[in-house]
Design a protein around this ligand. Structure first.
Ligand code: SAM
Length: 270
């Protein structure tokens, strides 16, 4: 299973360092952050975001949940050794979340689109609203495929969108996943107020600071996706997938230009 793999854990930690860049809440004003005490992180993985949060804001208390036993064991050991004010539990976020109502000031979820069926987004948002105190914030972050001049990468991105869609995830059958554009609606429809967005773009063109690390991240993600993609017969064979991946990697040469986009959306419970 992907979620118990050590290489997936290492990938998530590296990816987090590039995305969070030491600023887990870049869009929130300091006076809002001061009033946040209890934080829940859904599908926390190896805990990069959450532990950075506690390092920056020691007044906070964090609860992180993830389905992976390995991730939870790892992040608990990290929290213990850094004396972080946190607990991490194994929990399936597609099931009812086992916390009392109105017990958090912030709920954060990043990169959960791979585990959440498209019909599960709205119930999850509703559930988070019940767990938030009045004034509490739900914060969602997802990415879209990079915009690039690497034809093989663009082709692979299209296959990823189709794989997501055919497995009940994402909202578009082709092109973009169609998830980030729905966030403001999910939040408003659930009754959240002052819904807002914060975009992030990472230059992954040849020679840029994060190019090599993100290319490695993409390569690993695609290898992990292969067992899901191949059986859908979007490509004629496993060899065809391997060949396309080799072409993706070959396309990251001197003239490669790519920008990777992420979007954070949040809203406040009244
Ligand atoms: C792409 S990773 C994102 C991790 C982290 N949120 C981050 O931004 O680095 C997805 C995480 O969801 C976890 N996961 C998968 N299915 C889950 C489920 N049903 N409930 C809770 N966590 C789940 C995986 O173990 C993995 O840690």
């Amino acid at each position: 299973m992907i979620l118990e793999r050590v290489d997936e854990m290492a990938r998530l930690l590296e990816q987090d360092a590039i995305i969070t860049q030491g600023r887990p809440l870049p869009e929130q004003p300091p006076e809002t952050i001061t009033h946040m005490t209890d934080v829940l992180e859904l599908a926390c993985g190896p805990g990069g975001w959450g532990l950075q949060l506690l390092q920056n804001y020691p007044h906070m208390h964090l609860v992180g949940v993830d389905l992976s036993q390995r991730m939870i064991a790892f992040v608990n050991s990290q929290a213990h050794s850094t004396r972080a004010n946190a607990q991490f539990y194994e929990m399936d976020i597609t099931k009812p979340l086992d916390f009392p109502e109105e017990s958090f000031d912030l709920i954060n979820a990043r990169f959960i689109s791979g585990l959440l069926l498209r019909d599960s987004w709205r119930p999850l948002v509703e559930q988070c609203k019940r767990l938030l105190r009045p004034g509490g914030i739900l914060r969602l972050t997802e990415c879209e495929s990079a915009v690039t001049n690497n034809e093989a990468q663009n082709q692979m991105a299209e296959l990823v969108t189709q794989t997501m869609y055919l497995s009940g995830r994402g909202f578009n059958a082709t092109g973009t996943f169609g998830i980030v554009n729905r966030f403001p609606n999910f939040l408003r429809d659930a009754g959240f107020q002052q819904v807002n967005i914060y975009p992030q773009a990472i230059d992954i063109s040849t020679g840029r600071e994060y190019a090599k690390a993100i290319q490695q991240d993409f390569t690993m993600s695609l290898q992990l996706l292969k067992p899901f993609l191949v059986p859908l017969r979007l490509l004629p064979s496993e060899e065809a997938f391997d060949e396309l991946l080799q072409n993706v990697i070959a396309g990251w040469e001197n003239t490669y230009m790519g920008i990777w986009f992420l979007l954070t959306a949040w809203g406040i419970k009244q």
